[in-house]
Design a protein around this ligand. Structure first.
Ligand code: SF4
Length: 217
């Protein structure tokens, strides 16, 4: 990964943006609902290419039927499907969840491991999922780059990369580690509410004075 050292100007803009995001979203956190690392992992896998709202609508009944990895590992994908039918790609996700639960039981005594490589190795869980789970469930500093975080990083001039891994690296260099988790959540909220994909609301954006609006017509 080649990333140029940030210029002092870029560092100043990043600092200003972080401060403004802290003012705008002081309580930024994930909008997925969960009670423990297992539920967060399952909800995050389900949220791929789906809205948090659709996931939150389905998971209470799913977790009532399958409260932990051991219960889920004994299910079949066909038994899971009715619980998540309203979520995109539900058939593939049902298969992944059963296998994921089986691997949690086989390799990690039914618990979600506090280990990046171990989470990435689970079916349906890539780098983004591992970062979401490790940061929210275990407080480990990480920046999960989803579509919102990537788009905002580019518009704000914090990264010119399309590859989420490279965007992640650019943001990690630019922002203090202790604010990575906050930054991830704040950028997602700002992307959902203000810096919309098709029509960003720049006129009402707190970041506007510091934003080069890269790629915005
Ligand atoms: S000024 Fe516009 S492009 Fe920049 S972050 Fe705000 S909404 Fe997005």
């Amino acid at each position: 990964m080649t990333t140029a050292r940030p210029t002092p100007t870029l560092r100043r803009r990043a600092k200003a943006a972080l401060s403004l995001l802290e003012g705008a979203y002081p309580d930024a956190r994930t909008e997925l609902e969960y009670r423990n690392p297992f539920e967060l992992l399952v909800a995050t896998v389900l949220s791929a290419q789906a809205t948090d709202k659709s996931v939150n609508a389905a998971t209470p009944r799913l977790f009532e039927a399958y409260p932990d990895a051991r219960a889920l590992a004994l299910a079949t994908a066909e038994q899971i499907e009715p619980h998540i039918r309203t979520i995109g790609l539900y058939r593939a996700k049902a298969r992944n969840l059963v296998r994921l639960a089986q691997l949690l039981v086989e390799r990690h005594a039914g618990e979600v491991p506090n280990d990046f490589e171990a989470v990435v190795a689970l079916p349906g869980a890539g780098r983004k999922t591992a970062n979401v789970v490790l940061s929210n469930a275990f407080g480990r500093p990480a920046i999960a780059v989803d579509t919102h975080v990537g788009r905002l990083a580019r518009r704000l001039g914090f990264s010119s990369q399309l590859d989420p891994n490279k965007v992640e690296r650019d943001l990690m260099i630019l922002f203090p580690e202790e604010r990575w988790i906050f930054l991830h959540h704040a950028l997602i909220l700002h992307g959902r509410r203000v810096c919309l994909a098709r029509k960003p609301l720049c006129h009402s954006c707190v970041l506007e004075p510091h934003c080069p609006k890269v790629g915005v017509a």
